[in-house]
Design a protein around this ligand. Structure first.
Ligand SMILES: [Zn+2]
Length: 82
């Protein structure tokens, strides 16, 4: 009989742990959507092209130099030298 109780306790603990992990995952996935800066998020999703290597990257992580965009400082510098 005590074995049954132990099994029940283990089952409840496993269920509780799984529920907590699920809650943790839900909270983690909801974090980006909770940000009030929806406009900044939309702006960062605009894709721009590096003038040097033609790779596409989000505007937020691109380096802007005048009207041109670059993926990194090195490409910006080498493009300006040409
Ligand atoms: Zn580049």
């Amino acid at each position: 009989m005590s074995l049954l109780i132990v099994r029940l306790v283990v089952f409840v603990l496993l269920f509780w742990a799984g529920f907590r992990i699920w809650q943790f995952w839900q909270a983690k996935q909801q974090l980006p959507g909770d940000k009030p800066s929806n406009q900044n998020q939309a702006n960062s999703e605009i894709m721009v092209r590096c003038e040097k290597c033609k790779v596409h990257l989000p505007q937020g992580s691109a380096i802007k130099a005048g009207e041109e965009y670059f993926c990194c400082r090195e490409h910006q510098e080498s493009f300006e030298k040409e």
